[in-house]
Design a protein around this ligand. Structure first.
Ligand code: PHE
Length: 464
């Protein structure tokens, strides 16, 4: 192989990796979850906390996961235990990977329900369901959808089937190719929507809302939500980045690559916020509306702007595409595991894990209608899955990885992986050993106390 070819191949693989990793990171988390989290957690207070969580916790854990993946060269569980053994530690560290895979499975169940909303909205917008109707009427369409189990089921099934097809046939290279085109297009579409919002009378309120935090609003709940969301949006704590790290060549600079992922992911989320809140404020909608936020606000804007129908269809198609590239990365670790640990081949592994996820997704979507009175710890099934994974499992798995890398990985390996100077290494040590893990632990313990408190109150209420 000539030097020229060699360097070309390296560049190609780096781009391919970045596309896959950004494809996993950028998804419903950025466009659906981020804005509604902001709305529910006091606007700027949340944005501020989230940015800090991304920088001091998410970024180092992303690097740590990629590093474990590159060293372990396997699925998250095997990679974790293998790297542990390389460092003379117990292979029980594989348990961290296991929790990640389990979390991926639980997340995909409700992720697919929302992905289904996205597909449904391509059709609704395209058929002109929202043309010229009031904000209230848009809200009614959304609530009608939530109340209709059959409708939710159909679109959840469509989304899950697409995910299964993509993963089963391994058409990921085609997807990677499509990402090159569609990801930038999603960015452009969002920028155009921000441009539209900039001329509305809700824009200065939006800037104020997002970027002038009232620090008094930052409480334990806000911090925990921000941390959980940082994990969710960067696809951390699920083994996904460990899997992806295993495809990274030795020559690739981890720090730089991780930075690209973080910047793109955060950029898209902030753009989504800037696109959505002007519509919220200009139409006096409620920012703390919850998971329905973008599905209630965006159609309002599309119904008002010229060419809104076409732009709306394009937007929800791009959203669905972004959701599919994330869903694919959520199913992959589960499939990989089944393939390696059972006699099933790839197609069967995908179909079986996809079918089980689909079933769990049905339970999640029923919690919006037929089963709305069924609660676990006071939460419906959908919210329960979201909370259990986002607030508990992801931070815990991420914590496991960063503690391992920070405390138990040989210095020599870190040096080989990160190529930092002395100062850089010192900063890395401080962040990986102290700042990131302690941050997660504080947030985590406070959440646990709150939950116990809640349970205690419940038990007491029962006896009095
Ligand atoms: N990061 C994705 C998003 O923001 C969701 C996701 C989470 C994907 C975990 C893969 C793994 O939409």
């Amino acid at each position: 192989m000539t030097t020229h070819k060699h360097s070309h191949a390296q560049w190609g693989s780096r781009l391919g990796f970045i596309l896959a990793a950004v494809g996993s990171a950028v998804g419903l988390g950025n466009i659906w979850r981020f804005p509604y989290m902001v709305g529910q957690n006091g606007g700027g207070a949340f944005v501020f906390t989230y940015l800090i969580c991304i920088a001091v916790i998410g970024f180092p854990i992303l690097i740590a996961e990629l590093m474990v993946g590159r060293r372990g060269q396997s699925n998250p569980i095997t990679a974790m235990s293998r790297v542990a053994e390389q460092n003379n530690r117990s292979s029980a560290w594989g348990g961290v990977g296991f929790m990640g895979v389990l979390a991926a499975f639980l997340i995909l169940a409700f992720y697919s329900v929302i992905g289904g909303w996205g597909v449904n909205y391509i059709v609704k917008v395209g058929m002109g369901d929202f043309a010229g109707i009031s904000a209230d009427a848009v809200g009614n369409v959304f609530n009608g959808m939530l109340g209709n189990a059959k409708e939710l089921l159909i679109w959840h099934t469509v989304f899950m089937s697409l995910t299964i097809l993509i993963v089963a046939f391994g058409v990921t290279s085609g997807l990677e190719f499509a990402s090159k085109l569609l990801m930038p297009l999603l960015g452009i579409c969002l920028v155009a929507m921000v441009g539209y919002g900039a001329f509305s009378n809700g824009f200065s309120a939006t800037l104020d809302y997002l970027f002038s935090p009232r620090f008094g609003d930052i409480n334990a709940e806000v911090i925990l939500s921000a941390l959980g969301h940082a994990f969710f949006t960067l696809s951390l704590g699920m083994g996904v980045m460990i899997s992806y790290g295993s495809y990274l060549g030795r020559e690739i600079n981890l720090l730089r690559t991780a930075s690209v992922v973080v910047v793109m992911d955060t950029g898209i989320a902030l753009l989504a916020g800037l696109a959505i809140f002007p519509i919220v404020f200009a139409n006096q909608l409620d920012p703390s509306h919850g998971p329905g936020l973008i599905f209630i606000t965006l159609p309002v804007a599309f119904s008002q702007m010229g060419g809104g129908l076409v732009i709306g269809v394009i937007f929800f198609s791009l959203l669905t595409f972004a959701a599919l590239t994330s869903a694919m990365s959520l199913l992959e670790p589960v499939v990989e595991l089944l393939e390696e640990k059972t006699p099933l081949n790839r197609a069967f592994s995908t179909i079986i894990s996809g079918a089980v996820t689909w079933l769990l997704g049905i339970a999640a979507l029923l919690s919006f209608n037929e089963w709305d009175s069924f609660k676990i710890f006071g939460l419906g099934i959908f919210d329960f899955l979201d909370t259990l994974t986002g607030k508990f499992m992801l931070p815990l798995a991420g914590l496991g990885v960063i503690i391992f890398v920070g405390w138990f990985m040989h210095r020599k390996i870190i040096r080989e992986e990160l190529h930092l100077g002395n100062t850089g290494e010192l900063i890395w040590q401080i962040v990986a050993r102290f700042i990131a893990p302690i941050g997660v632990i504080i947030v985590f313990v406070s959440q646990l106390l709150e939950l116990l408190n809640y349970q205690l109150a419940d038990i007491l209420a029962y006896f009095t």
